[in-house]
Design a protein around this ligand. Sequence first.
Ligand code: HAM
Length: 420
Amino acid sequence: MIQRPRGTRDFGPAEMAKRRKVEQAMRDACARFGFGEVVTPTFEHSELFTLRSGQSIVDEMYVFRDKGDREMALRPEITASVIRFYISDMSMHPKPLKLFYVGNCFRYENPQSGRYREFFQLGAELIGTKTPETDAEVVALAISCLRGAGLEDFLVRIGHIGILKSLVRKEIKDEVVAAEALRMIDKEDWDSLGDMFDAKALPRKLFDKITSIADIKGSVDELNNLEDSEPTAHLREIFDTLRLYGIDDCQVDLGIVRGLDYYTGMVFEIDAPRLGAEKQVLGGGSYTLSELFGGEPVFSTGFAIGIDRVLLALEKERPIDVRAPLDAYVIPAKDDMRKYAFGIVARLRSQGLKADVDLMRRTLSKNLKYAFSAGARFAVIVGKEEMAKRSVTLRDMKTGKQEVVQADEIGKTILRSPDS
Ligand code: HAM
């Protein structure tokens, strides 16, 4: 038997119903914030990602040569594609440009719960501005997506890459060492960072300064422990604007560095603490990518939500409630009622109900069993007597209650029942 590739999943109808419900709630949030949807290719020239996405992502990319000997990559994320699209087709659009996307991404990682080789993101990019209120708008949208999906237990941490990145880049001249240091800071791997400082004879004072900045976490007042600078003023304004949106439970976290290399200003992450190791459900921040791809410099802020992790987190809070897959399952009691049954199912479908009919010529009792296991809310039983009176027996599959209903009243009766 051919197995599916490691780190990938198949999703059946029951799982997809939950995923689509959660995804739709997040799409609705994007629409409420004035974001329009875009779709970009699943594979791109690998250069799009190698230029700036950071070594860790590049190491995890699925890269292949196509038949024209071009090096291609399955997208590990979608931000770079959106900016490429913006430069080629949308740079003349009025600013700011608000775009969102939903799609699959591929990273060659070690699979575990919440970490896959193919996973799904919903992301948003606000292009053309770098004000603190832009950043606040993007954070507010991220929160609205998660709340709209029904998630209650999550923590929003906001930092500014400028503070640690500029310090490291200024004090550590060797770019490779600086990038390695930032990666260790991102992972809060202080032991390895300390070892590297010793091995490279870097000043201990710098190490202490880095750890004390990365340690600034908590309420926005924690920023008072730092000297005022452009980044701290920017962060304060973001928190002020969020308060105007009614959001006052975000935390400052200056230890956020982020694995992707393109960030330049505010960075933020959202964790769902119930998830354990893979608890980060969202990552984002402000960045400039366009000049790298040959466009005019343009500031953007965005985020991507790990849809798979949001579903896992939601299910840790409570079961995800979805509508029954079928409203009605029409059962002809005998063969000579079959034609009548097809007329009924067609009418129910035309009324917008999810309706199905026996296709296997089974007995009434087998059909009732099937209706139950298929999750139908009602069985619509067509017997000889009912057919003669142009009626049916409507059986509520949950309670077992039955009533005789006129054929042209079935749809209305089902729509009136509480689950509709
Ligand atoms: P990222 O932090 O690499 O950022 O990914 C965003 C989210 O995708 C993560 O927080 C996580 O929930 C989910 N994710 C990442 N890798 C996996 C995986 N292997 N399996 C399951 N879920 C995963 C970005 O991708 C940036 N493009 C975000 C962004 C948009 N920044 C600015 N605009």
